[in-house]
Design a protein around this ligand. Structure first.
Ligand SMILES: [Cu+2]
Length: 168
């Protein structure tokens, strides 16, 4: 059962890795190749720490803990990509899938059958409910400065954005 579930998840993720412009920021990391674990704490509305340093070629497992009262996202991307992602998050909120303190997974499952953009399946992003922990494994392959950001409506603008500094 676990294997089947993993296969389904992998296929879902794979689809998105090959979708542009993801490869300009790196790629979904292989769980067998983790070089380092970085723990991130999310509060209302900021990250702790909010600056991290990674090396080109490194595969990092991010363990993202939500210690706030609201739902938050941990998304690794360029500034432009975050701005582009925000309407999608807005749509999740408008459809009552993304609530202030929870995600209605059932509704998400149902509605994303009609509109795939409501499934929020991106390998570079995780949405985490309060008191819960999420995870991303990411391989940094490009020499590009990235942001970690929360695109829940209103959060980015109020400071829920940090820097990921890449070095050689
Ligand atoms: Cu947030």
């Amino acid at each position: 059962m676990k294997k089947i579930l993993f296969l389904i998840l992998s296929l879902t993720f794979a689809n998105h890795v090959f979708a542009a412009p993801m490869n300009m920021i790196g790629e979904k990391g292989n769980p067998n190749d983790i070089d380092r674990v970085i723990e991130i704490k999310m509060y209302d509305n900021y990250y702790e720490p909010n600056v991290i340093k990674v090396k080109k070629g490194e595969t990092i497992k991010f363990i993202v803990q939500n210690l706030g009262e609201m739902v938050h996202e941990y998304n690794i991307a360029t500034k432009e990509m975050h701005i582009k992602h925000q309407p999608e998050m807005q749509k999740l909120a408008e459809h009552g899938i993304l609530l202030v303190d929870k995600i209605d997974m059932e509704k998400m499952k149902k509605m994303s059958k009609m509109d795939h953009s409501l499934s929020h399946s991106h390998s570079n992003s995780v949405i985490v409910e309060p008191k819960k922990t999420g995870e991303i494994i990411w391989k940094f392959t490009k020499d590009i400065s990235l942001e970690m950001a929360c695109n829940v409506p209103g959060h980015y603008e109020t400071g829920m954005v940090g820097k990921i500094i890449l070095s050689k």
